[in-house]
Structures are given as structure tokens and as C-alpha cells.
Design a protein around this ligand. Sequence first.
Ligand code: VGL
Ligand code: ZN
Length: 205
Amino acid sequence: MNNSTALLIVDAQYGFMPGGGLPVAGGHAIVPVVNRVAPRFANVVLTQDWHPRDHVSFAANHPGRQPFETISLPYGEQVLWPVHCVQGTRDAALHEGLRVDHAQLIVRKGYQRDIDSYSAFVEADRRTTTGLAAWLQARGITRLWLCGLATDYCVAWSALDARAAGFEVTVIEDACRAIDLNGSLAQAWADMAAAGVRRVDSAQI
Ligand code: VGL
Ligand code: ZN
């Protein structure tokens, strides 16, 4: 791929794979697919969900609440998750089987106690930027290919924010896996299609 294109690998962390804090079915199966496509990209960026232990998104920090319930926070509705991707733990580590030594940037997100961040671009308050759009734009990158975990949360939110920031966006479907909570996967694909996100299989690259 040319220099105006980047691969964005979202949250390919143990926490979202079998045995992790918020396991996504088949999450580990993305690793060989990502490894197959990554060499094609001169520009590679990864994200890393990176929560403090007292993070607002953890059900365990809301007495009486259970994982996958929703609560209302100052910035809107928040799904309560099992404890996952706590800073510095193995759960938060990137999968060691990823062969992406040429990656240039790791964007950590969700590190503020009171704000979650599914998106690689803008936190859940929809105001606080991670700086990623400016970083990409400063390098002349206009096209993004997305893969990772989970399709219906961090990948979809990142894809939608990337479109809003003016990037051309393609999601590599078989290099993603979903949580699929209450129809969230179908909703995510509908939202992405409506926003002009392209959807491909890795074999088409
Ligand atoms: C994610 C829920 C909570 C994700 C991260 O990576 O999709 N989902 N934190
Ligand atoms: Zn998280």
C-alpha cells in the first residue's frame, strides 16, 4: 500500500481473547489474518485499551451492578464491562504473536478514570481527542484500513470517527471479531455502511 494509507489494528490484546477479562469469541483468530495483511502496509498504527483499575466502565466499580448492564453517565449511556485491560497487566498486553514490528505508533485509550474510549480518535465524552487524526493527517495519510477487536465496539466507533474526520475507511471483516451484545453487531455494520465505510475480506486485499 502507498504512503497515504495506514493499517489501524484495534485492541489486539489478551483481554479481548479467550481467557481474557472481556473475552471475544474467536478473538485470537484475528492474529494470523492481521499478520498476513500487515506486511502490505508501510504505515501501521495499533491501539491499546488501557484502563486504570478504578475505571468507570468496570461493573465492579459500581456496587450492585453487573457486567453488560447499562448506566447513565454525564457523557451518556455507558455499558458496564467486566474488569479488562488494566494498565500494566498481561490482560492489557498486545498479543505476542502479532508480527508488526514495523508499526510506528501505539495509541492508548480509556486511561482516564471517568471517561471510556471505544474510539481510537475521540473519547466517549465525544470531545476529548486522542490526537490520532492530527498525527495521521500530519503524515499525509488519507486512507485507513481497520482490523481488530471488537468489530461492534472499538472497531466500529473508530471507523465512524475516522469517516467523520474525513478519512477513507475500509474494515477488513475477517480480521475482526465481535462482542455482539443485544444486536450491536448488525447495528454497527448498518451504521458503518451509512457512513460510507467499505467492508472487505482479507482475500480481497
Ligand atoms: C472494547 C468494550 C470495552 C473494544 C473495549 O475493544 O471493543 N469493548 N472496552
Ligand atoms: Zn475497555
